[in-house]
Design a protein around this ligand. Sequence first.
Ligand code: DAH
Length: 363
Amino acid sequence: MPSDNGQDLTGLQRKWLDAVAQASGVETLEQVRVEALGKKGEISGLMKTLGSMSPEARKDFGARLNLLKDEVAAAIETRKATLGDAALDARLARETLDLTLPARPEQEGRIHPISQTIDEIVAIFGEMGFSVAEGPDIEDDFHNFTALNIPADHPARQMQDTFYLPQRADGSQMVLRTHTSPVQIRTMQKAKPPIRVICPGRTYRVDSDMTHSPMFHQVEGLVIDETTHMGHLKGCLIDFVRAFFGIDDLPVRFRPSYFPFTEPSAEVDIGCDRSGGELKLGKGKDWMEILGSGMVHPNVLENCGIDSTKYQGFAFGMGIERIAMLKYGIPDLRTFYESDLRWLRHYGFVPLDMPSMVGGLTR
Ligand code: DAH
């Protein structure tokens, strides 16, 4: 219905709705919005003329103008959503990756045997209810030695050829951890028993030859509660080595030993056969040492604020390179760190074959 002041808005309505419909991108649409509804836009301009109209005319024209304004604003919003969706669709189409394509063999990476071995260890102990704990590579004297019942004048300090960092203002010296045992300490300081963790990680010693590297890897294990005893230690480690090496009847021997942080202590040997110049794991005349273990020394518990009259448990530690070399027949320790592509292709593992107890450890 034409208004009494003669302003017909249908032309304007068609003009702006067409402009909105024809906007081909978010930017052009924004331009349309500014020209119609912006401060100096055409529809906003008409709004400003309302003040000078008679009350009658203002009521009628104002109402229709408001309707037009709302209609154009709504059309802009709808168009914006459509354009946005279209832009997203276009981008998704442009950035599509066909994951079903086979990997290009020359570009396929490999999992390093150290990573693979750690994944296998985590899979086995994970199944037994252990979780993984970590600690820093740079340790203080307390965590690496003192708390582990290795006081300042203890010969074990010389046993482990330690990398020392430069002396600090207070005279103290940080070290590159010589074993993963300090993670035991950090775990017991933080958590209340029952505790059941393994701690894989890098370790460092001043040592370098065919069978020693200044940086190598260990995994530590720790179980603390009110009832765990030496029998549990034996059962746990026998199950582990048999699962890890995939030999159900692998002979395992516990030999009395000494570590400052355990009492009693035992080194663990597995059966093997060296006759014929070749090493074969399993039943045979020979033994091969693979890890250290024992019942956590009461002093160590007390050093971590754990009541040694109430809690007890066991710990163990082993070298990851060593068991990886035994399992996968890798003859030279130094090759682990050379990043030789041919070596990695030969000894590495397929990335998507994550070891698990149900899926199998290695394929
Ligand atoms: N920390 C020892 C080492 O580096 C290994 C070890 C032995 C860890 C016995 C333990 C343990 O937790 O109980 O040689």
